[in-house]
Design a protein around this ligand. Structure first.
Ligand code: NDP
Length: 400
């Protein structure tokens, strides 16, 4: 029996909360805390009476360590699951440190005024967490998250050495809008409009945004255009998968999305530099977020599948070996089960599982760690149990 404090009440949090409530043998008590209390109360109202998990709600501004400390001290959770935005990672980690509470998130810290995401800020807490005897699990979504668990599983069971990893993230869902993002628009657009990069032979190779394109025939989905992006798990996997020679990340985008994005970029709407508008300072990207469809509203409209996974190439018993691990998720099925589309679903399920690993002590490694540093087996079993079954292929099509 465990208590989880879930911070945030957006698309991903809603799924993680539904999953905690399906898993009341572990999570018998949860508290949903976010900036807007009414959103927490609305999720509670959807679930109350349908679960054995006791649900409470609270208002908190997670930019303020003192507010967080007060809340954690009064609720006393076994784990804090951070599903707010990457901007709040460090304040929430500070509060966990002050109260000696385990910490889980799904995205690495990003300062609000510079679109630069990397682990250095959070890794700087390693010693402090170790000394406090608490665990921080970084990146327990799908990518980062399941992609790291897949990598640890491949290393443990299938390879002596992994030389190449290609992470392929395909969303073949159609929401019927010419342009919308499947998770927080501000975070999503910052990610995809940044320069691309990949890790090769011990260093980063930088590319222009969307410069490298491939077409891949995804199992159960079919051929899709995909583009090389920088992605945060590349940084930790390059360190944690010993002997790795190259690691790349590709995401699929449709032509309509790319055309709209280019146009919005060209007119300055994706900028994070504040401008004066009618005497008030506004950030163009935040204004754009306000006019775009709320990702949470895409659930009932989105049809089709996602396929996210990793292709590994390496050596086993002296022979070359290829191995592909992936999950296929159906948007309509996610909506029927928890009222969200598959992008929130594929992130919220592993977030709950990561919190469960720490809350139950199945994973216990004081310090600040990325997900591939833990034993993948219990997590892989939980993926099958909680709605993200994985599939494997020993003869996958490779990406050139
Ligand atoms: P949403 O925008 O839907 O939700 C964010 C939530 O955080 C909202 O409830 C928001 O409150 C709350 N919040 C924002 N600022 C604060 C604050 N200062 N104090 C308290 N609460 C705050 O985002 P998503 O659910 O789409 O994404 C959540 C996280 O998941 C993001 O960090 C995202 O990067 C990550 N993610 C990770 C993925 C992965 O595979 N690893 C994939 C997709 C997302 P309010 O409603 O008041 O604005």
């Amino acid at each position: 029996m465990a208590k989880a404090l879930i911070i945030g009440a957006g698309g991903v949090a809603s799924v993680a909360i539904h999953k905690c409530c399906q898993n009341s043998e572990v999570f018998d008590d949860i508290c949903i805390a976010s900036r807007t209390l009414s959103k927490c109360d609305a999720i509670k109202a959807q679930l109350e009476g349908k679960t054995k998990t006791k649900i409470s709600t609270a208002q908190v501004d997670a930019n303020h360590v003192d507010e967080l400390v007060k809340l954690i001290e009064s609720y006393r959770p076994d784990v804090v699951l951070n599903l707010a935005l990457p901007y709040q990672d460090l304040t929430i980690m500070e509060a966990c440190l002050a109260t000696k509470t385990n910490y889980v998130d799904t995205a690495n810290y990003e300062p609000e005024d510079t679109a630069k995401f990397e682990y250095s800020w959070q890794w700087a807490y390693r010693k402090k967490f170790e000394e406090a005897g608490i665990t921080a699990l970084l990146g327990s979504g799908f990518d980062p998250g399941v992609t790291g668990v897949f990598s640890a599983y491949a290393m443990k069971h299938h390879f002596d050495e992994i030389h190449y990893i290609d992470i392929l993230d395909c969303n073949a869902g159609d929401h019927g809008y010419p342009f919308a993002t499947n998770f927080n628009p501000e975070i999503n657009i910052r990610e995809v409009s940044a320069k691309g990069s990949y890790w090769e032979d011990g260093h980063w190779v930088e590319t222009e945004p969307m410069e490298i394109k491939r077409v891949y025939n995804f199992p159960e989905v079919g051929p899709k255009d995909m583009y090389l992006l920088h992605h945060e798990e590349l940084e930790s996997l390059a360190l944690n998968i010993k002997g790795i020679k190259r690691i790349r990340f590709f995401m699929t985008f449709g032509q309509s999305y790319l055309t709209h994005l280019k146009c919005l970029e060209n007119v300055g709407m994706t900028s994070i530099k504040p401008i004066l508008f009618e005497g008030k300072e506004i950030v163009p990207l935040q204004f754009l977020k306000a006019v775009l469809p709320d990702p949470a509203s895409l659930g009932p409209r989105t049809k089709g599948k996602t396929n996210i996974g990793c292709i590994f190439q390496g050596v086993k018993d002296g022979k070359p070996k290829n191995y592909y691990l992936y999950n296929v998720c159906v948007h309509e099925e996610c909506y029927a089960e928890v009222g969200s589309q598959a992008i929130s679903y594929t992130t919220g399920v592993p977030a709950m599982i990561g919190a469960m690993m720490l809350a139950t002590g199945v994973w216990n490694k004081p310090g600040v760690h990325n997900i591939e540093e833990f034993d993948p087996d219990p997590f892989m079993d939980a993926l099958n149990k909680f709605g993200l079954p994985w599939k494997e292929s020993f003869d996958p099509e490779l990406v050139d």
